[in-house]
Design a protein around this ligand. Structure first.
Ligand SMILES: [Zn+2]
Length: 75
C-alpha cells in the first residue's frame, strides 16, 4: 500500500520536471536536441497527467548505421 505521502512526492516530482525548461543542446556532441513528449499518469487519487518533453539527440540517441560507411584510411 502506497502512502499518501508517496503520492504527494510523485506529484511534486512531476510538477518540478514538467516545469523545467527543456535542455537546449546535447551535452555529448552539442547538437540541437529534439523533444519527444512523454505522458505520465499519477498513480495517486489526484489522477494528474503530466506531459514532459524528453530531450533526444538526433546524433547520439537516434544513431543510424552511417558509421559503417566511413571509408577506411587510404593506403
Ligand atoms: Zn549528441
Amino acid at each position: 500500500m502506497i502512502s499518501q505521502n508517496m503520492h504527494s512526492a510523485i506529484d511534486n516530482l512531476f510538477d518540478t520536471i514538467s516545469s523545467e525548461p527543456p535542455h537546449g543542446r546535447c551535452f555529448k556532441c552539442g547538437s540541437k536536441m529534439m523533444h519527444l513528449d512523454a505522458t505520465f499518469f499519477s498513480p495517486g487519487p489526484s489522477g494528474k497527467i503530466w506531459t514532459v518533453p524528453l530531450p533526444v539527440c538526433p546524433k547520439c540517441d537516434l544513431k543510424n548505421d552511417t558509421a559503417k560507411f566511413v571509408l577506411p584510411v587510404a593506403r
